[in-house]
Design a protein around this ligand. Structure first.
Ligand SMILES: Nc1c(NC[C@H](O)[C@H](O)[C@H](O)CO)[nH]c(=O)[nH]c1=O
Ligand SMILES: CC(=O)[C@@H](O)COP(=O)(O)O
Length: 156
């Protein structure tokens, strides 16, 4: 049996981060967590490109454009969608999840889903460096693991 254990080597990897400005009290913390983890795993600061979009709904469009450039090894999508009074939350969440899923499946590079979808701001903050961890950091580890796994598959 051949088992490939997770490889988080970030050397010479180019990572794009698409992050929503909406709820930036949360998304800035997600971004900080992602960048810190990427750098801790060997990604050069010069190889991290950050793209801010108005809200989570706009993330898939920019993510697809970045994926198509061929300049990146992976993308991290970061956002915080917090339920309000209306059904708008449901439409934003659906667009973002479906859109990112399309890009990561149809494109040539992995895209990590770092979108918090919460009922309130406390839940979001808890997942952006609070007691429930940092989704941005998780996605940073994940994108490096996916890049290296795909390289291994490609080379075997
Ligand atoms: N309510 C939240 C939004 N709403 C804005 C949309 O994402 C979008 O920018 C707007 O509908 C214009 O197309 N965005 C979030 O990221 N988080 C929210 O909680
Ligand atoms: C996720 C949203 O779009 C939501 O925060 C908007 O709030 P509301 O439904 O009260 O307009």
């Amino acid at each position: 049996m051949i088992e490939k254990i997770g490889n988080f080597d970030g050397n010479n990897k180019k990572i794009g981060i698409v992050v929503a400005k909406f709820n930036d009290l949360v998304t800035k913390k997600l971004l900080d967590g992602a960048i810190q983890t990427l750098v801790q795993n060997g990604v050069s600061d010069d190889n991290i490109a950050v793209y801010w979009v108005p809200g989570a709904f706009e993330i898939p469009r920019i993510t697809r454009k970045l994926s198509e450039t061929g300049d990146l090894d992976g993308i991290i999508a970061l956002g915080a969608v917090v339920r309000g009074e209306t059904s708008h939350y449901d439409y934003v969440c659906a667009q973002v999840s479906n859109g990112i899923a399309e890009v990561t499946l149809d494109g040539n590079i992995p895209v990590m889903f770092g979108i918090l979808t919460t009922d309130n701001m406390d839940q979001a903050l808890n997942r952006a460096g609070g007691k429930a961890g940092n989704k941005g950091s998780e996605c940073a580890s994940g994108v490096l693991e996916m890049i290296n796994l795909e390289e291994t598959i490609q080379n075997n």
